[in-house]
Design a protein around this ligand. Structure first.
Ligand SMILES: Cc1cc2nc3c(=O)[nH]c(=O)nc-3n(C[C@H](O)[C@H](O)[C@H](O)COP(=O)(O)OP(=O)(O)OC[C@H]3O[C@@H](n4cnc5c(N)ncnc54)[C@H](O)[C@@H]3O)c2cc1C
Length: 411
């Protein structure tokens, strides 16, 4: 179905302003009246928030003002949360009561932390989904470690977030007497999406460190100071860090963008909502026919694709399909190791942390609209905490990385 609008400047509403929503906003020309909604003032570079746990990065290094990004693109930013969405009437109302009618819309609201309904988890455990979460973990650890008393940390989830959290705790506190760390996961291996050898490598790196792995076990209940596993064992936990992945936000069903509870918003291959022809869904929220890993680089590509399709739709042109670009997954394990998992091969080696830093150093300036001096100052701040010099050429080229040598192949 083609939608041709007679409006001189068609109105586009983007709900959610992180990787997906902001990439879409930046790709829409000023010929559209674009409004971007998000309740939080900062764009957050989530792939590096684990570094706040060891405090090797500060919040200001992984945050950028959303208003600045959106206004630099010539659009309007409203720091408000979408509360009601009536897609058949092309209308959104915010929590503050602002009404935003539109001709085209993009939903980019990401996902919600998944606590798997474990009693006490949401109330007592600390999440791992924002700068605020990880900064709070970093500050609490620094304070508690200063006291010199024994301290137990439970990390729930052995996916990317859980392993990166463990790595940062070990980077800063691994040799501190009295620390005791537990990693719990329902799967039998950490980083289960990678080759089996990956689990062995992570465990091997922890051989002489105070870490216990509780694999193939799930959490029944979180209480203050303890964690109860489904088999009845109790684990001491002065702090529980919950890294359970994301689930669809309840709003998707309430707004009619999903058909049932727990479903991501279904889209066709041009990212168009299957229910609402002038609405696109991008990033983690998009429920594609062939599900993709919930990753920032896919969210950015989807945002650009949705913007391109809105431009085409407004001119009555055929829509283009979203073609995911294969990129390796990079997982840093503190200063102990870094893993690169690609479709056809997987590598390990601490020097690979260059690549993760390079992705951060390459992507942040793409969002940072700062004027010349400001940008230089912010870039310098980022450079001082990184290993930037050697990283960039290898950022997105695994073949070049192999040529560097000094890596172990993971099988
Ligand atoms: C700890 C961690 C590590 C990660 N590591 C990597 C990695 O190494 N590589 C990688 O590619 N990806 C990584 N990811 C995944 C990546 O961050 C996500 O895939 C990406 O953030 C998705 O982008 P998005 O724009 O779809 O959603 P999000 O980034 O989640 O943004 C959604 C936005 O919508 C806003 N919003 C929500 N509800 C409303 C509402 N009602 N009204 C208005 N706004 C709303 C939110 O405030 C938020 O700003 C990681 C994620 C985490 C948490």
């Amino acid at each position: 179905m083609h939608i041709i609008t007679s409006k001189k400047r068609p109105r586009v509403l983007i709900v959610g302003a992180n990787f997906g929503g902001l990439s879409a906003a930046k790709a829409l020309p000023k010929g559209f009246q674009v409004t971007v909604l998000d309740p939080w003032p900062y764009f957050e570079f989530l792939p590096n928030i684990h570094e706040l746990v060891s405090q090797i990065k500060k919040p200001g290094q992984i945050r950028i003002s959303r208003r600045k990004i959106v206004e630099a693109a010539g659009h309007r930013f409203l720091q408000e949360k979408a509360a009601y969405w009536l897609p058949r009437e092309n209308y959104v109302k915010t929590e503050n009561g602002t009404e935003v009618p539109y001709d085209f819309a993009i939903c980019a609201i990401g996902g919600a932390a998944n606590f798997f309904n474990a009693p006490g988890a949401e109330e007592i455990a600390v999440g791992f989904k924002s700068v605020e979460d990880c900064h709070a973990i970093g500050k609490t650890l620094a304070m508690r470690m200063d006291s010199g008393k024994p301290f137990s940390i439970a990390i729930v989830g052995g996916g990317i977030e859980g392993v990166e959290a463990l790595g940062e705790v070990l980077r800063r506190y691994g040799k501190r007497p009295g620390i005791d760390i537990h990693l719990i996961d329902g799967n039998n291996r950490v980083l289960g999406f990678g080759p089996p050898g990956l689990h062995e490598m992570v465990v091997d790196r922890c051989r002489n460190l105070p870490v216990s792995f509780h694999m193939g076990r799930s959490v029944r209940k979180v209480s203050t100071g303890t964690l109860e596993l489904a088999d009845g064992e109790t684990i001491p936990a002065d702090m529980t860090i919950w890294t359970g992945g994301v689930k669809p936000r309840g709003e998707l069903l309430a707004w009619g963008l999903a058909r049932e509870s727990g479903e991501w918003a279904p889209v066709n291959d041009s990212l168009r909502s299957i229910e609402h022809p002038n609405l696109f869904v991008v990033g983690d929220t998009a429920g594609l026919n062939k599900p993709l890993a919930k990753q920032a680089y896919h969210a950015m590509d989807m945002g650009k694709c949705a913007a391109r399709n809105i431009i085409r739709l407004s001119k009555g042109k055929k829509l283009t399909s979203f073609k995911p670009s294969p990129k390796p997954t990079l997982i840093t394990f503190g200063n102990l190791d870094t893993y690169l998992v690609a479709d056809s091969f997987s590598l390990a080696g601490p020097a690979l942390s260059f690549a993760k830093e390079a992705v951060y150093q390459t992507v942040m300036p793409q969002f940072d609209p700062g004027w010349k001096t400001g940008r230089a100052v912010r870039a310098a701040a980022r450079l001082t905490s990184g290993i930037w010099g050697k990283a960039l050429p290898y950022a997105l080229s695994p073949k070049e990385l192999i040529c560097l040598g000094n890596f172990r192949v993971i099988r």
